[in-house]
Design a protein around this ligand. Structure first.
Ligand code: SF4
Length: 261
């Protein structure tokens, strides 16, 4: 059966020119800043950290948060899948507010289908792109029932063809629900990996492939969480809080933020 699939909005691509790299790594940096920044401002792009430093970075992130977990609330693999689909271009907090009453009514595909698109849309109306997302949640629930016996498949190829599910969403589900050592690269991980740098790359796919190739085995399962949380709460987009960063002495980012005062 041929299925038309809604593109998942989870692709992040950095501009190719070195002179514009800073704008992408600081996300919403005004276009003007990129224009006034001379192309020679960054004399050299730092080399990625070596294997021993990489291991030390993960040892520290692990020590600070031995059992990291997703900021998204979920009850089972199905609600995790729905929550991740809803989180594209939305904050986890806004998704959790919307999904608490939604999942109380529907925590499985059959119940979600019974609720119907209109009711799902009403529940998630505070989240960006809610019209498309409501359609996708209902459509993917129908496919799970018709093709997977109502269960979330454990195979990447089956996940990635679901409406609203892209490579990143599939990686998160495989990692969090099924314990696979995938490293789903979102905007936070993309930024951290390029700043330190861990596995620099101009696209999320390149960064993901780079990270999955180099992160030491004992840290692979939770690397996704550690990097995401580090990017969200410390290595922030506009102003990284380098003065309180546990890996500041290992990080090679040339524009570290000095401590306040
Ligand atoms: S030192 Fe600064 S730029 Fe480097 S990882 Fe820490 S917060 Fe990010």
């Amino acid at each position: 059966m041929t299925r038309r699939k809604q593109a998942a909005p989870d692709k992040i691509t950095a501009p190719a020119k070195v002179g514009l790299a800073k704008a992408s790594l600081t996300e919403a940096a005004p276009a003007k800043a990129a224009l006034v920044k001379p192309l020679t401002a960054r004399a050299t792009t730092p080399e990625p950290v070596d294997a021993a430093t990489l291991a030390e970075i993960f040892a520290r992130l692990s020590a600070a948060n031995p059992e990291p977990r997703s900021d998204l609330d979920y009850l089972n693999p199905y609600t995790l899948l729905v929550a991740v689909v809803l989180s594209a271009q939305a904050t986890d907090k806004s998704v959790n507010i919307a999904t608490a009453p939604l999942f109380a009514k529907a925590d499985n595909p059959a119940a979600m289908l019974a609720l119907g698109e209109e009711t799902v849309r009403h529940h998630i109306r505070t989240i960006g792109l809610f019209n498309t997302k409501a359609k996708n949640v209902v459509a993917l629930s129908r496919i799970l029932i018709e093709e997977h016996g109502g269960a979330v498949p454990r195979e990447r190829e089956h996940l990635e063809v679901l409406p609203g599910v892209g490579k990143k969403t599939a990686s998160v589900v495989l990692n969090v629900a099924f314990g696979e050592p995938t490293i789903a690269v979102d905007t936070h991980i993309f930024r951290v990996s390029n700043r330190v740098p861990l596995a620099p790359g101009s696209t999320t796919d390149k960064v993901q492939a780079g990270l999955e190739a180099i992160v030491p085995e004992p840290y692979r399962l939770n690397a996704h969480h550690w990097l995401i949380l580090h990017g969200r709460y410390v290595c922030k987009a506009r102003k990284p809080e380098c003065w309180r960063c546990p890996i500041a002495d290992l990080c090679r980012y040339p524009d570290k933020t000095p401590g306040p005062g």
